[in-house]
Design a protein around this ligand. Structure first.
Ligand code: I3S
Length: 128
């Protein structure tokens, strides 16, 4: 049951700090630039904020500061990608539009929770 499609406010699923780098834009490879990002999963979207002031669970709501970027998870692909970095606990998220992000945390449980909740959203959207 999608909270987006019936006009209801989507629910906050998860928010937290992760290391992030974008590695491709529209299928074109980009140079890595790792940054700490405040990541918010709401409804079908994964949003990235860089302003530390936005690091609370209301940061995604209207009237608060805009995300640096936002990813539509519909049709997205998720995979562990430790071969793509010297860092541990790295996964890659690829959008239908060919944007690719690496997300990373030094804490095993943190990165596993993010992987599993993002995969759950992707699976839910695949079934719609
Ligand atoms: O996959 P790469 O190219 O070895 O990634 C590293 C580089 O992007 C490096 O930046 P410069 O080559 O622009 O100096 C970054 O500082 C590293 O963090 C990148 O590698 P890791 O293994 O951290 O993803």
């Amino acid at each position: 049951n999608s909270p987006d499609s019936n006009g209801m406010t989507p629910e906050l699923e998860k928010a937290g700090l992760l290391n992030k780098t974008k590695i491709a834009e529209g299928g074109r490879k980009l140079r890595k630039n790792w940054n700490l990002s405040w990541v918010v999963l709401v409804g079908n979207s994964l949003m990235f904020f860089k302003d530390p002031k936005t690091q609370n669970s209301d940061s995604w709501k209207p009237g608060n500061s805009c995300p640096e970027s936002s990813v539509d998870l519909r049709g997205a692909q998720l995979q562990w990608a430790n071969e793509l970095s010297s860092k541990k606990n790295v996964f890659k998220l690829r959008t239908v539009t060919g944007n690719e992000f690496l997300l990373q945390s030094d804490t095993d449980s943190v990165i596993r929770e993010w992987y599993s909740i993002i995969q759950k959203v992707i699976d839910r959207l695949d079934k719609e």
